[in-house]
Design a protein around this ligand. Structure first.
Ligand code: HEC
Length: 107
């Protein structure tokens, strides 16, 4: 009996971080429209010199956003993105990455 309780406790402990990590695409959609849409366009399709950012794996978008947040320069216009990424929380980055993975601009 004690072993069973122990196993359940371990199972819960292992499951929790995954719940915290999985991005919420709907929340990401909302966040996207607060501060990313103006440059990256509808559904992250890209506008002129602002790159397309939708359709990439979650890991890709997450790494880019964390690099910008850390002040890392990636392309010639990283200054703009560093400014935009600074205020993002880990949770917002997960949500935005989840939203952008499947975001599609129908037209
Ligand atoms: C002021 C305009 C602007 C805003 C607002 C903006 N971005 Fe960007 N974004 C850029 C530019 C310019 C680049 C290319 C930067 C470079 O040269 O490194 C970029 C690059 C990116 C990249 C990397 C693309 C790649 O494949 O290398 C991601 C991901 C991204 N932006 C996500 C976002 C998200 C999410 C938001 C909202 C929180 C956002 N951006 C808001 C201008 C903007």
């Amino acid at each position: 009996m004690l072993n069973l309780v122990g196993l359940i406790a371990v199972g819960v402990a292992l499951a929790l971080p995954q719940v915290a990590i999985a991005g919420d695409a709907a929340a990401g959609d909302h966040r996207y429209h607060q501060s990313c849409h103006a440059c990256h366009g509808p559904a992250g399709k890209g506008v002129s010199s602002y790159p397309k950012i939708s359709g990439n794996p979650v890991e890709y978008t997450r790494e880019k956003l964390k690099a910008y947040r850390a002040g890392q320069k990636i392309g010639p216009n990283s200054g703009l993105m560093i400014m935009m990424a600074k205020p993002l929380t880990d949770e917002e980055i997960e949500n935005l990455s989840a939203y952008l993975k499947d975001a599609k601009y129908e037209k």
